[in-house]
Design a protein around this ligand. Structure first.
Ligand code: WTA
Length: 635
């Protein structure tokens, strides 16, 4: 088993706060779980019935073409029907759906009514550009309301969005545009981060020059600096919105439950990013149920999921689930430490945030500055906290619990993946917690820790995390590559029909699950998911590099950092200036999140006789640890 980040220690219980537990939607986890597992189809049908459908489904779960499972077959819906349309005829229309603050301190709010109108206008604009059902639209923007509105507008028309995180650069963006074959790209002039402008439009221009498929670029104004606008291709969003045909009413496209909703690219074992595909029906049921039960979101809450909308956490829990539940969300554009390390805590106090959901890396990053920063602010509005993205070390958990949550807010550690659509292993506010464990599976979710043969591991024994029953929020395929879908997730336990998550884990004597880390060549850097192959191909695209091998090394702050070993082409000398040049190159090609912390120049790499790089050996070597079994190493 690889990538062990820390060893979960036998840890003390943290019992639920009576206030949080007493009002929780799920007060008896055991009974709810047992009831759901008795008949998962009945359970999910009951959850689906809480949402609106144009036409009811015929079959809850169709297993006939497994592992291409179909949920709510025959049902007609559109996630926008539930996220926006259904609130418009209720008093909720006047409630705030979104409160937003930009990094420079500017603010915007949208009621459900306003968000619905803006979405309709945007959808009409896209329709005018020829976007319709089934078309893919790539969105590359910072954390602004226009990003959310663009996503909803696509979906309203039945188009499929592919949001690319603003921290990716030109080649990564170009690859994703090509894979999705998007004719329309939506971007902005830039985004604010740490007081500086991230020049998104310039990067988009570079990407588009590599992706001739893009015909139209819609540009939102955010930072106001000069950008190049290509005549006949690039249009300002505000100009398009001012056209007379852009009305505030737009019909929502009636979609089949299994019609594609979005593609989100994520890293896997091989170089090419995988386009994880989610669909309307199951995803809306799954994300809304999980958010409602795990975070107990209520009408009076101000929910802050501090992720980026460009990752699955943002898709599910900034955009779709909170809107479906009619919750008020808060979104912040910039860096947590700008201009001072208390920016987040000031935001919590200013907006009366009641639930904060973030990543361990952010907590560790803010913890570094000490508790005097949060102590300056009144954080008493908070009632629940959450964590996602990587294992949270018990020390960070306790700091978060004590200094942010005042010792009274339970920390909901949620394990899930881009592929799962929503939380899979997570507590509800009424269960006992163990710092560092994501606790127990969500009702309806059948997870296990097994060995290579599929035998359930003994308590506290390391094994592979698998899911034994389909669930509505599961990915449906890898866009354009169904074989890869089968291969990656279903082949390891083909006979049993189980989903392989790609993580190692152990289950303790109380049935609590401790996720250890990835078993494949995926590295989690500050919670961001990167494939070693993506960084390697960025490195070898530089003329000086003949071959590169990338590994993740444990890091206290960021979870992992990237270590790169490069073999240079003949005659090139590896020195500090080349090292810097390679860093810049990776930043430009792949993105700032992929920049290696260490680059070393080597003569050879440990490989198997068939030529595969032995990362395990490389990692041990770099860390000065025993290299283990070397029998397959080439001479
Ligand atoms: C890791 C993020 C431990 C895990 C939603 C998983 C976690 C990968 C946790 C998916 C957690 C996520 N505890 N590990 N609470 N949450 N992970 O697709 O390795 O960006 O497989 O989705 O993150 O990353 P992804």
């Amino acid at each position: 088993m690889t990538d062990e980040q820390f060893t979960p220690a036998a840890s003390e219980w943290v019992y639920p706060d009576p206030d949080a537990a007493g009002s929780a939607r799920i007060r008896d986890y055991e009974a709810t779980y047992a009831r759901a597992m008795e008949d998962i189809e009945a359970f999910w049908a009951e959850r689906a019935a809480t949402l609106d459908w144009y036409e009811p489904w015929g079959q809850v779960l169709d297993r006939s073409d497994a592992p291409f499972f179909r949920w709510f077959s025959g049902g007609k819906t559109n996630i926008v029907l539930n996220a926006l349309d259904r609130h418009i005829d209720t008093p909720r229309r006047n409630k705030l759906a979104l409160i937003w603050e930009g990094e420079p301190g500017d603010r915007q709010t949208f009621s459900f009514w306003e968000l619905w109108q803006e979405t309709n206008r945007y959808a009409n604009l896209l329709k005018g550009l020829g976007v319709g059902k089934g078309d893919r639209v790539t969105i590359y923007m910072g954390r602004t309301p226009e990003l959310m509105i663009a996503m909803l507008a696509c979906v309203k028309l039945g188009a499929v969005h592919s949001v690319v995180y603003g921290g990716f650069s030109e080649q990564a963006l170009a690859d994703r545009i090509d894979d999705a074959q998007s004719r329309v790209l939506i971007t902005s002039d830039g985004a604010w981060l740490r007081g500086k402008v991230v020049r998104l439009k310039d990067i988009a221009d570079e990407a588009v020059s590599k992706s001739p498929v893009v015909e139209t670029v819609v540009v939102a104004r955010r930072t106001g600096h000069e950008v190049h606008m290509e005549p006949g291709r690039d249009y300002w969003l505000h100009d398009l919105l001012a056209q007379p045909h852009v009305k505030t009413v737009c019909e929502t496209e009636v979609m089949d439950a299994e019609d594609p909703l979005f593609i989100l690219y994520t890293s896997g074992t091989t170089g090419k990013p995988k386009g994880v595909l989610h669909t309307h029906g199951g995803y809306q049921v799954y994300t809304s149920t999980t958010l409602s039960w795990v975070f107990d979101v209520r009408d009076e809450d101000v929910w802050w999921c501090a992720a980026d909308p460009g990752w699955i956490t943002g898709h599910s829990y900034i955009v779709y689930a909170p809107l479906i539940l009619g919750a008020t969300s808060f979104m912040y554009e910039g860096a947590p430490t700008y201009p001072y390390p208390d920016r987040w805590w000031k935001l919590v106090a200013d907006y009366g945030i009641t639930i904060l959901y973030t990543a361990p890396t952010a907590i560790r990053g803010l913890m570094r500055f000490g508790e005097a920063w949060p102590a300056r602010h009144d954080l008493s509005s908070l009632r629940l906290l959450g964590s996602v993205g990587e294992p949270i070390n018990p020390e960070a958990w306790r700091w978060y619990h004590r200094h942010i949550g005042g010792g009274r807010c339970p920390v909901m550690d949620t394990w899930w993946q881009t592929e799962t659509g929503g939380f899979m292993i997570a507590p509800v506010p009424s269960v006992g917690l163990k710092p560092g464990s994501a606790t127990r599976p969500f009702p309806g979710i059948d997870v296990d820790v097994v060995d290579e043969e599929g035998r359930t591991c003994a308590a506290n024994e390391d094994g592979y995390l698998v899911v034994k029953q389909p669930w509505p929020g599961m990915l449906r395929t890898v866009y354009g590559d169904p074989d890869r879908y089968v291969d990656q997730y279903w082949n390891a336990y083909r006979d049993q029909g189980w989903y392989l998550a790609g993580d190692s884990a152990r289950r303790d004597e109380d049935g609590y699950i401790w996720v250890i880390g990835r078993i494949d060549d995926v590295i989690k850097v500050s919670g961001y998911r990167l494939g070693t192959a993506e960084v390697e191909s960025g490195l070898v695209s530089h003329a000086a590099v003949a071959e590169a091998a990338v590994i993740g090394l444990p890091d206290e702050l960021r979870g992992s950092t990237i270590h790169a070993s490069c073999i240079l082409v003949d005659g090139v000398a590896g020195d500090a200036s080349l090292e810097q040049e390679l860093r810049n190159h990776v930043r430009r090609e792949v993105g700032p999140i992929a920049v290696p912390s260490q680059i070393v120049f080597v003569e050879a790499l440990p490989k198997t006789r068939s030529g595969k790089i032995m990362r395990r050996v490389l990692k041990a070597r770099v860390q000065g640890l025993p290299e283990g079994d070397l029998s397959t190493l080439e001479d």
